[in-house]
Design a protein around this ligand. Structure first.
Ligand code: PBG
Length: 330
């Protein structure tokens, strides 16, 4: 309850000095709040700039240490791996997702060999980096087919778990996939592999630069509205989350981030489950290019990240995570 009355109560009193402002701070950020996404490419000794995401790169496996070292030193708890595979490896069925020598598998092995359990590894479970049509699932008669897609996602999950992935993150939005993946993990002795469900994933324009980064933008036919959610809805997000919790999700992701803070807040209030926010590529590129153009100053990064904490997020997936020590100093 709000109590007190002017002039006895003057809220500006406690804002007057920096020490006092620091004392009454309600939220703060540390490296432990972040997950760093890393884009990987085939080849040797390459670090490629991503045109639509200033300051973000794609790394070949032999150069991964350059970015993972930094994350480990900063004590970022987890990295998220995203592959950009060659066009000739993509097909209608996304079969490269199940190749045990694919980019993600090689990257997991490399990181686990070098860093053991100093840092967690999270991998997307979805087919879009691997399909020639850029969709997250299989297509039959122009429809994304739910149950057949899940069968492939189960195998993708088991493969990634076998390689040493710690957290599987189904980002495909098929109905029922969390339960089926959970059972498959239990039956294959991967009981401790966690599932981070992208339970509330909206069909969003803010994914544009990411699709560039993984090379699925030009190939994407149509949109993802038959599986990703309508951004007009919030009750539907709570239904998705309730289902995924019942099916065995350990954590929940809300995506995109900033336009969906209300969703983070209501999940936290209703379900008391760890909730992560994904500050997606479009949000990153908007903020970064506005700073580059001097339309806003760089403190906007910190401000936008604290917003997630205020809303109740336990952690944030952010392309800024590798520079977090500079950002926290602002
Ligand atoms: C795909 C996936 C997407 C992102 C993460 N996993 C894009 C999509 O659904 O089209 C977007 C991340 C970002 O924009 O930063 N399953």
């Amino acid at each position: 309850m709000i109590t007190g009355k002017y002039p006895n109560l003057r809220l500006r009193r406690s804002r007057k000095e920096s020490w006092s402002r620091r004392l009454i701070q309600e939220n703060t950020l540390s490296a432990s709040d972040f997950i760093l996404p890393i884009f990987i490419i085939d080849g040797l000794n390459k670090r490629e700039q991503i045109a639509s995401m200033p300051g973000v790169y794609r790394y070949t496996i032999d150069r991964l240490a350059q970015v993972v070292d930094r994350a480990v030193k900063k004590e970022i708890p987890m990295v998220a791996l995203f592959p950009k595979i060659k066009k000739n490896l993509k097909n209608e069925m996304g079969t490269e997702a199940l190749n045990e020598n694919n980019l993600v598998c090689k990257a997991i092995l490399e990181i686990k060999k070098k860093y053991k359990n100093q840092i967690g590894i999270m991998c997307d479970v979805a087919l879009d980096p691997y399909t020639s049509h850029g969709h997250d699932g299989l297509i039959k008669s122009n429809q994304i087919i739910n149950d057949e897609t899940i069968e492939v996602l189960i195998n993708q999950s088991l493969l990634q778990a076998e390689m040493g992935c710690d957290v599987l993150a189904p980002s495909d939005m098929m109905d029922g996939r969390i339960g089926k993946i959970r059972i498959a993990l239990e039956n294959s002795n991967y009981k401790d592999v966690q599932i981070l469900s992208y339970a509330a994933k909206y069909a969003s324009s803010f994914y544009g630069p990411f699709r560039d980064a993984v090379g699925s933008k030009k190939s994407l036919k149509g949109d993802k509205k038959t599986y990703q959610m309508d951004f007009r809805n919030s009750d539907e997000a709570l239904r998705e989350i309730a289902l995924d919790i019942k099916e065995g999700a350990d954590m929940i992701m809300v995506k995109p981030g900033l336009p969906y803070l209300d969703i983070i807040k209501s999940i936290k209030e209703k379900f008391k489950i760890p909730v992560f926010a994904y500050q997606v590529s479009g949000e990153y590129s908007l903020i970064s290019s506005a700073i580059q153009k001097k339309l806003i100053d760089k403190h906007a990064i910190f401000e936008s990240l604290v917003g997630f904490k205020r809303a109740g997020a336990n952690a944030i997936v952010s392309y800024y995570a590798d520079r977090i020590d500079e950002i926290l100093k602002y």
